[in-house]
Design a binder for this molecule. Structure first.
Ligand SMILES: Cc1cc2nc3c(=O)[nH]c(=O)nc-3n(C[C@H](O)[C@H](O)[C@H](O)COP(=O)(O)OP(=O)(O)OC[C@H]3O[C@@H](n4cnc5c(N)ncnc54)[C@H](O)[C@@H]3O)c2cc1C
Length: 404
């Protein structure tokens, strides 16, 4: 690639900003286009802003020099230009889609209005605007219902409880954070939220939200029970934001399909972060988004042997608080298959739980709650996929922090 090749990146989130910064360091100028009004920020820390622990400025990302504030509405692959909502056009030689995800809105009648605006009091939890909107409405005693008990719902419920709201969390599944945690770890998360005053309903389907005069009043369960609500948070998952790519005729499956060079079906267009599907996997997590940005920066700066081959990433949730810090980490397969070895340590008094799953002589997954001293050593053993040393009992995996 020559130094005057025009690289245009759509999306100033974690992946787009990282790519722009890395390319800047490598001497390749970039035009970064972002639609959000705020300075680019670290989305992972939004719950800390909602909890009142950080101000929005604290979670700002180092601003890249060339940031254009605009929403891209179309890609002309033949002319190699992108069109923006303000009528402007930007030409590219190489285009990168880093458009992230959209929140999934559950199909509830009360949520939909002809102008596609959510009723007053109902918020998704994806952007700084969502977070500031929620923050404005939350006060001690306010009745909040969080719909969804995954990572997002748990973070939102905890943050709202810390601000003094009366929070009810409605989870359709059997337990909290089912994707990441095994049943014992889920129970500890549940206990932690209950201690903060959060009321939790599992196996509970929401049928509708009742709206009066444009504002939410209650949330109706499928058994007819209604929960009063001044505030509702929709934390029902995300789906990749692939509309631009799909309208431009790029290959889409679950997300925008990319190869090991993070190239889409058009060799002039790449995709990274939540919107990209690599080797069949949609990650939806921060570490893979950053690793993809780093690999693509190397490639676009001319290091032609750079490749992205996937991320074995740990999910880590740190729920800090003056009186109740709560840490958890999970990776790989947390439920054993027949024949696997499982090592488990539980301390009910301290609320800690540690478990690893070993298959043949390899670590295939684990979950740690409350006591993360060994997380560095375990992550290294898992990420490296090396055979485990056979010089001691497996219990060492949970008790020896390996100097991390
Ligand atoms: C509250 C919350 C907590 C989270 N916690 C964790 C966590 O603990 N651990 C973890 O690993 N992950 C977590 N995540 C997920 C993590 O934030 C994402 O995986 C990560 O942000 C993905 O980065 P990205 O750059 O692909 O997308 P994003 O950060 O979403 O950025 C995409 C950007 O592109 C912009 N954009 C999209 N389309 C256009 C367009 N047409 N024109 C202009 N701009 C456009 C969007 O406005 C957005 O700013 C959390 C997410 C949320 C919302």
């Amino acid at each position: 690639m020559t130094s005057n090749t025009r690289v245009v990146v759509i999306g100033a989130g974690l992946a787009g900003v990282r790519l722009a910064r890395r390319l800047g360091e490598l001497g390749t100028p970039v035009t970064l286009i972002g639609e959000e009004e705020h300075r680019p920020y670290n989305r992972v820390l939004l719950a800390e802003v909602l909890a009142g622990r950080y101000s929005p400025e604290v979670i700002a990302l180092p601003a890249p020099a060339q940031l254009t504030r605009a929403r891209v509405t179309g890609i002309d692959r033949e002319a190699r230009t992108v069109a923006c909502a303000d009528g402007s056009k930007i030409a590219y030689d190489t285009l990168v889609l880093a458009t992230g995800s959209n929140p999934v809105l559950p199909p509830l009648r009360g949520l939909f209005s002809p102008d596609h605006v959510l009723p007053e009091g109902v918020h998704a939890f994806r952007t700084m605007d969502d977070c500031l909107g929620l923050s404005k409405q939350v006060r001690p005693g306010v009745k909040a219902v969080v719909i969804g008990g995954g990572l997002l719902g748990v973070s939102a419920a905890r943050a709202l409880a810390q601000r003094g709201a009366q929070v009810v969390l409605a989870q359709q599944g059997e337990r909290l954070m089912e994707r990441q945690l095994d049943p014992s770890a889920s129970k500890l998360v549940q206990r932690h939220l209950k201690n903060l005053g959060v009321e939790i309903h599992t196996e509970c389907r929401v049928r509708d939200v009742r709206v009066v005069g444009g504002a939410v009043r209650s949330v109706e369960m499928s058994d007819g029970y209604a929960l009063d609500a001044d505030l509702v948070v929709l934390a029902c998952g995300v789906h990749p934001r692939a509309g631009l790519a799909s309208n431009a005729g790029l290959e889409i499956r679950k997300g925008i399909v990319v190869d090991d060079e993070l190239r889409t079906s058009d060799p002039h267009i790449h995709a990274i972060g939540d919107c990209a599907q690599h080797d069949g996997v949609l990650y939806g997590l921060a570490t893979p988004a950053l690793e993809q940005a780093d690999a693509l920066a190397e490639l676009l700066a001319g290091r032609t042997n750079a490749r992205y081959t996937g991320t074995r990433s740990l999910t880590r949730l740190t729920l800090t608080g003056a009186h109740s810090p709560f840490d958890l980490a999970a990776f790989g397969e947390t439920e054993p298959r027949p024949g696997d070895d499982v090592v488990q340590l539980t301390d009910a008094t301290r609320g800690t739980y540690r478990k690893v799953v070993v298959r043949d002589d390899r670590l295939v997954g684990g979950v740690l709650v409350g006591e993360l001293g060994t997380v560095g050593a375990l992550a290294r053993a898992w990420e490296g996929a090396e055979p485990l040393p056979d010089d001691g009992p497996l219990l060492h995996l949970l008790t020896n922090d390996g100097g991390s």
